[in-house]
Design a protein around this ligand. Structure first.
Ligand SMILES: NC(=O)c1ccc[n+]([C@@H]2O[C@H](COP(=O)([O-])OP(=O)(O)OC[C@H]3O[C@@H](n4cnc5c(N)ncnc54)[C@H](OP(=O)(O)O)[C@@H]3O)[C@@H](O)[C@H]2O)c1
Length: 270
């Protein structure tokens, strides 16, 4: 049994820097967000740490996720890099640490970085460990290294236009939670006519419909926003329940449209 539960709703911080990220995180925490998702490569861990400290929200109410950058996967680099992240985030542990992308050109074997991540957990630097942008084949390697029970999540691009069912179904069969990133497809799905009509029927926003759809499928979500009104209304997606026929309508929107596939990083997608 995988007991590494993670919250269903959180705040993303990709692309947000300096005062923008400080304001977004402080506003989010004020509105009731309790999970903040950052990464070493986002270059904003210091500002996220500052925003958390200034928010006054007690550390034990928060769930902080960071992601190890690919340059830090070697066995002798991973733990020191996480220790550096903890200093920036002004905390002695994070709640979840992810391997951000598969190791480019397999430079560091999966077993090595998963082993180092497990060691970071054993040292108390992170409560949970997981992966991101992993295919089924890579998940199998990670499972072989540390066991499915040790892997809290695979964080992947997943939205109505890229429903990623092969990876999601495999993760489910192994008891590993999927975290959907770019659930809103960076805004692209918010003008979809099918989603607009479902939103109108509920008196909801299109963003709320998409977030509710993902959560109803069992995925955790981490939408980002720089605007208070969007942060506030997105959070209320947790109160929205879609009907089975509405879920089925959104299921038909899948068109395999991937927005994030950086050259040199992206694996051979399923
Ligand atoms: N593991 C990975 O490799 C990876 C990759 C990408 C992202 N992520 C994580 O996933 C998080 C979410 O992804 P994302 O930030 O790229 O994209 P996203 O959450 O799908 O979309 C964010 C965009 O949607 C807009 N938006 C948010 N709420 C809205 C609303 N209610 N109405 C209209 N527009 C709205 C935001 O604009 P405004 O600011 O104007 O509201 C922003 O431009 C990231 O922040 C990051 O933490 C992880």
């Amino acid at each position: 049994m995988n007991t590494n539960t993670i919250p269903a709703f959180g705040l993303g911080t990709f692309r947000l820097k300096d005062q923008v990220v400080i304001d977004s995180v402080k506003t989010g925490l004020e509105l009731g967000y309790r999970l903040v998702d950052t990464a070493q490569i986002y270059g904003n861990e210091t500002e996220v740490g500052q925003a958390i400290a200034e928010s006054g929200v007690p550390r034990d109410e928060l769930f902080i996720t960071t992601k190890i950058w690919t340059a830090n996967y070697a066995q002798d680099k991973l733990v020191p890099s996480l220790t550096d992240s903890l200093a920036k985030l002004r905390t002695d542990h994070v709640d979840l640490t992810l391997i951000h992308w598969p190791s480019p050109k397999n430079a560091v074997p999966v077993a090595e970085f998963m082993g180092a991540l497990a060691e970071a957990k054993a040292q108390g630097l992170t409560k949970r460990i997981g992966v991101s942008n992993f295919t089924v084949a890579l998940m199998k390697e990670a499972i072989a290294a540390v066991g499915a029970d040790a892997i809290a999540t695979n964080q992947i691009e997943l939205h109505p236009y890229l429903q990623n069912r092969t990876v999601a179904d495999f993760a489910k069969s192994e008891g590993i939670r999927i975290t959907s990133y770019m659930t809103l497809a960076y805004g692209k799905v918010l003008k979809d006519p099918v989603i607009e009509s479902i939103a109108a029927a509920h008196g909801a926003t299109t963003a709320q419909v998409v977030l509710a759809w993902a959560m109803q499928l069992g995925y955790a979500v981490i939408p980002s926003s720089t605007k208070r009104a969007n942060l506030e209304s997105n959070l209320q997606a947790q109160a929205l329940t879609l009907r089975d026929d509405e879920m089925a309508q959104i299921a038909t929107l899948d068109r395999g449209e991937r927005l994030t596939s950086p050259e040199g990083l992206a694996p051979a997608w399923d």
